[in-house]
Structure formats: C-alpha cells, structure tokens
Ligand binder design. Structure first.
Ligand SMILES: Cc1cc(C(=O)N2CCN(C)CC2)sc1-c1cc(O)c2nc[nH]c(=O)c2c1
Ligand SMILES: [Mg+2]
Length: 214
C-alpha cells in the first residue's frame, strides 16, 4: 500500500541527514517540504522565532502540544540545557510512530517524552504521571479548536506560574480567533504577536507569545 507523507518525510531524513545531528535533520525536513511535499511542520521562518523564544526562556520544564513528525520537538530539544527534558503530546499514533524515529535519528530521544493521546485527557494527568508542578514553556501546535480549552485547562490544573511562556503556532492560518481574543484581553496574560508566514509559503501566519502574569 502507498506510503504516507510522514513516512516519506522519515525516508528523506534517513537519506539526507546525519544520524545524531539535529541541524541536519531540521534541514532535511525543510528541504523535503520545499522541494518534494508541503507538510505542516512549523518550518524554518517560524522555527527561527521559536528558537529565539526557547533560548530566551531557557526553560527547565517544557510541554509541546502536537508532535506531528517531531520537527519542532527536535528544534526545541536541541536547545535545552543538559538534563532538561520536554514532554510532547500527539493524538495520532501514525504521526507519533514517525516522530519517535525522527527524534531518535536526531539523537534526542533521551531529552524527549512523547505521550500518545488527546490533550484534554493527558493535561490533567501530567502532574501525577511526570512529577511536574508548573511549565516554564509551552508550545501550542496541535489543533486550532483546542488552543482555548487547553489553556483554560492549564489554568485549572495549576500548570502555570508567574512568567510561564506560551507560544502558539497558526494564530492566523489556519487561525485561532477565540484563543487570540482570550490571551489579548485577559488581565492574566501579556501577549505579543510575531508576524511570519505559513510554513514554506507566502501566506500570512505568525506566532503569539503569551506570558502568564498569575
Ligand atoms: C493542514 C494545513 C493546511 C494549510 C493551508 O492553508 N494550506 C494552503 C497552502 N498549501 C501550500 C498548504 C496547505 S495550513 C495547515 C496547518 C498548518 C499548521 O502549521 C498546523 N499546525 C498544527 N496543526 C494543524 O492542524 C496545522 C495545519
Ligand atoms: Mg503548526
């Protein structure tokens, strides 16, 4: 049977990247998406903004919603201080299977805990399952209709502290208007928009960075 796009992406990584070299894995995926098949990785333009925010925060605890093939997981994990791990949630088992292999190819498997399942169920379990009190950095990149309910879940579960940084992809395209309205009008967040483009295209998109004020 025909391979899937994530499987073809994995093949491109295995063919063109160097094992244990995260930068080469990132480049191989970007090359594949620019020259072979578009895919919904955060991409190099928004990825550079992600890199700068992660570097600025230098987080000890990290959560990613939406692993897909692991591109942004690799981008984040390669920047973390030794001993720091990130938790990434993926709903789709086929995506998770490919992501595990791409993360391992980059040599970052010891810095990543990939959990399969819906964010609505997993977020309330995080404290007990992973011994986390609060997150320093959260990257939202799963499904536009879950951004708002999941940020409310973070608040309810006490997973945010003064200064927690949330960075959301796709706030313009596909678009998360209710989430934007919430973080931009809530007295509990200081929000800033980073304009960019939809990965590998000229379509407008951007990242919204929101700092929890407590
Ligand atoms: C699937 C998809 C199609 C898009 C689009 O407008 N397209 C027109 C232009 N052509 C070229 C591509 C297709 S944008 C997008 C997308 C992009 C992300 O970064 C996403 N991140 C997380 N979760 C998502 O569901 C997610 C969807
Ligand atoms: Mg995205």
């Amino acid at each position: 049977t025909r391979s899937t796009r994530p499987q073809r992406m994995l093949k491109a990584v295995q063919k063109n990247a160097t094992k244990g070299n995260p930068e080469s894995v990132i480049s191989a995926i970007d090359y594949f998406c620019k020259n072979s098949e578009w895919a919904m990785n955060v991409g190099d333009e928004k990825g550079s903004i992600l890199d700068s925010v992660v570097t600025e925060v230098n987080p000890s605890t990290v959560l990613e919603l939406g692993t897909y093939c692991g591109y942004s997981t690799v981008r984040i994990a390669r920047l973390l201080s030794p001993g720091t791990k990130l938790i990434t949630l993926e709903f789709n088992p086929a995506y998770a299977a490919v992501a595990r292999q791409i993360i391992a190819y980059a040599g970052l498997q010891d810095k990543v805990t990939l959990v399969e399942g819906p964010s609505s169920e997993l977020i309330p379990q995080i404290k007990e399952r992973f011994g986390i009190t609060t997150f320093d950095f959260i990257f939202l990149d799963h499904w536009k209709d879950r951004y708002l309910p999941d940020i409310k879940l973070f608040e309810e579960c006490g997973l945010l502290r003064k200064g927690s940084v949330l960075l959301a992809d796709n706030v313009i395209c596909p678009g998360t208007p209710e989430y934007l309205e919430y973080v931009r009008n809530s007295p509990h967040y200081e929000s800033r928009y980073y304009p960019a483009h939809l990965e590998y295209t000229k379509v407008e998109d951007g990242l919204e960075k929101s700092v929890f004020l407590g």
